[in-house]
Design a protein around this ligand. Structure first.
Ligand code: GLN
Length: 303
């Protein structure tokens, strides 16, 4: 596959969409992002990486981090996690509260905010420092020791984090948090505030394309666990637009309100695309379109 030619063609085709949608405003530190950014990178299972556009510019990974905290928690805790968080699509926005009361404080899936807060809580119990566990994994897999969590973004989200605090307290009232709410939120905001480029994220997602095997050849997840993380990405990774994402792209994918999307072609490669303009569901407009073009041009959807 001539990745460079492919990625240039995709970039040219989605160019008219770059700048469409809205940059995230509810986290003020993200509201200043330039709307005209676009980058895409592909890392194949051998760790060879190609990219075009702004593919080496760091951006706020936000909810893409939920993929890694889930994988790290499953690796340590196995199936126990599923007693505290479900794995069904929610059909509701990523920050919704409504289902929690009906389901006794057990969130629908690990990729909506409530579910990711439970996963962070569990990872905090298992590691003593969930934020650092996620950061160290991302540095190791991308081979980029300079990756950090952006303190301004984390503080900005904390200062405007009433919704996430409400979710966390509500779940705590059902006994579904093991650590104090402020501790869990601090680690959750830190993992969301990690800044990485498309290059870094495509490499970091490689273990999901290699059926659980990390870049250094060691195993994080069993093949079956990697399949499960990919399955939850496909069904829940783009929230209440997961059906449309499966329809258009047909790959496991995880989006973030920084405008990034990480998608996995099992057995072949990981793709990361970034463009900050978001649709009403919080997914990058040009990013979804680029991944749509990617699977259309290559035929590499899981379907
Ligand atoms: N940090 C963001 C939040 O909790 C992540 C949301 C997202 O990227 N969809 O609201």
């Amino acid at each position: 596959m001539d990745y460079d030619a492919l990625l240039h063609e995709i970039a040219a085709q989605v160019r008219p969409l770059v700048g469409q949608g809205q940059v995230s405003r509810y986290i003020p530190a993200l509201a200043t992002m330039r709307e005209d950014r676009f980058g895409i990178a592909v890392a194949d299972v051998d760790g060879e990486v190609h990219g075009v556009g702004d593919w080496e510019v760091p951006f706020s990974i936000q909810s893409i981090s939920k993929t890694f905290s889930l994988a790290l928690t499953l690796a340590r805790d196995g199936e126990h996690l599923w007693r505290r968080v479900g794995r069904e699509p929610s059909g509701n926005p990523f920050n919704s509260l409504v289902q929690l009361e009906y389901e006794n404080g057990v969130p629908r899936n690990p990729f909506i905010n409530a579910g990711a807060i439970v996963v962070t809580d569990r990872l905090q119990t298992l590691t003593g420092d969930a934020g650092t566990a996620v950061l160290e994994f991302l540095r190791a897999e991308s081979g980029n020791p300079a990756i950090t969590a952006d303190r301004d973004v984390a503080d900005s989200e904390a200062a405007h984090g009433d919704r996430n605090a409400a979710l966390a307290h509500f779940m705590a009232s059902y006994g579904n948090l093991e650590n104090p709410v402020p501790v869990v939120l601090e680690h959750y905001f830190r993992q969301c505030a990690v800044a990485m480029s498309c290059r870094d994220l495509a490499l970091a997602g490689g273990f999901l394309a290699r059926r659980g095997v990390r870049n250094d050849g060691s195993r994080l997840l069993t093949g079956s666990e990697a399949k499960r993380v990919n399955a939850v990405m496909l069904t829940c990774g783009t929230y209440d637009a997961a059906g449309d994402f499966a329809y258009r792209v047909g790959l496991p994918g995880k989006s973030g309100v920084g405008g990034g999307i990480l998608a996995i072609v099992p057995g072949r490669c990981a793709v990361c695309v970034w463009s900050p303009g978001l649709d009403a569901h919080g997914n990058s407009v040009a990013g979804v379109a680029a991944l749509d073009r990617f699977t259309t041009l290559t035929g590499w959807s899981v379907f």
